[in-house]
Design a protein around this ligand. Sequence first.
Ligand SMILES: *[C@@H]1O[C@H](CO)[C@@H](O)[C@H](O)[C@H]1NC(C)=O
Length: 582
Amino acid sequence: MRLVTGVTGGTGLLLLLVALCCVEADEHDHLYEVDEEVVLWMNTVGPYSNRQETYTYFSLPFCRGVKKTISHYHETMGESLLGVELDFSGFDIKFRTNTAKTVYCSVTLSQEDYKTFVYATRNSYYYQMYLDDMPIWGMIGETDNTQTPAVYKLYTHKKLEIGYNEKQIVDVNLTSDGRVDIEPGKVLEFSYEVVWKPSSILFQDRFDKYLDPSFFQHRIHWFSIFNSFMMVVFLVGLVWMILVRTLRKDYARYHKDDNLDDLDDVVEEYGWKLVHGDVFRPPQLPLLFSSVIGAGYHVFTVAVITVALAIVGEFYTERGSLLSAAIFVYAASSPVNGYAGGSMYARFGGRHWIRQMLLGAFLLPSMVCGVAFLINFIAIYYHASRAIPFTIMASLSGVLYSTSIFCIIGKYFMQKLAVTAICLFVILPLTLIGTVLGRNMSGQGDYPCRVNAVPRPIPDKKWYVQPWLITLMGGVLPFGSIFIEMYFIFTSFWAYKIYYVYGFMFLVLIILSIVTVCVTIVCSYFLLNAEDYRWMFGLFQTVFYFGYMGLFSLALGLMTGTIGYVGTAKFVRKIYSTVKID
Ligand SMILES: *[C@@H]1O[C@H](CO)[C@@H](O)[C@H](O)[C@H]1NC(C)=O
């Protein structure tokens, strides 16, 4: 959050909004005196099989320790979006003071509690805690399948081994113990134990043990980058050949044809030159098209800036800071959306510019909102049909809970208000500014060829130059250039790895852009040569998966679609700029 609050200085309103939810974000400076209080925060529980499905720790019938002084941690917006919901554990932990095994609370299992614990244990629920910002994970219990019926055991003892270096906490290990068979009516006693050990780990290296260099910096990863790089070289070569060799030949042929025309000789003309009166015809849905291109510019800007920021700042050491930064960058770069979409719409001669602006500004947010709402709805239904007292919607978190922020009124009214307010009072005005600038500064069409009044009929084509086939094939190479990186990104989204190699991501982003531009240029050349001037035209776990993947694909599609469009637009403009109009 530090970064975000730091940069906001200029934007008073945003600063206020961010400040609203983050004033108490930094609980301390990570320096402790002997005997100073160290807070253990309970975060979430959830099934091991779906990392994005999480609930608050105390939605399971666990009990709190006796210490009551701190009750709830005030999370930042990014944290809340990621489903971080810190509750004070009630453990009395003091810096460099060992605590022997102590019972901190006990629960008598009611029938309901029993069912809940059995469900959670059977589904391999794990919980997460934070100590001095360091994450700690533990399983809640185990299932003994060797007996019938299966026996469910709960871990009731937590042993924390904490490593310290001078005044700082640099390492935490958790050992779960005290297996107890659960049955209705039984009294469970929960206990904890703290052991402090001196450690030589440096404070700035304390997150290294969570990273997995042998996974993320594997030879395969380097190889895939190299592979994509070779593809770029190949494609750039191909495009160069088309641009220089083929086009030169085409020009020569057309030139010869022109001379023959003078002799009144009937020569059959073919190829891209014939459609010069149609290529700059506005698309069929100019409003939608320019909004999509605007949103694509926006996503691309956010992607480049956020990944660059992530390379500089080690976001993984602070909960939710990457997401906070991305939201901030998204809001702050809204003028890009307005400028690109608005100016293009003006060039198409569109009149409903306010409609276009609203569509462009809310295209992606409303999709996010829709998917989040759907996932939430199904999650509630799914859990309502089981005997699990995950009472209110608000207890359901994960990124989904977070994203639902855009639309659902609930427990975190304050934060939802903040995001809605950012949408209305930051994104919208900034988009408006961009739109007005765009319409005035580059709203004039300056196409090299005039558009004919009557559209030219598109001749029948061979099967391999059908637009749908070319569009499909065109997706193969950009996909090929990023799929290995996708593997790493998705592994950290759905499984338990922290993504930290943003340098790779940046390289892949650049490679993806180049590949996309090259591929769309080649594809458009084929289409134009075929005299087609339409060179651009346009359960529960399952829902979780396809919902998020759909969003991801949507954002990626907006981005690559725009990159491809912009590159090809330049290309088409270039080749037609020398066409002699009779
Ligand atoms: C935690 O566990 C690791 C690996 O077993 C060990 O190297 C480290 O010393 C432990 N740290 C503490 C504080 O016990």
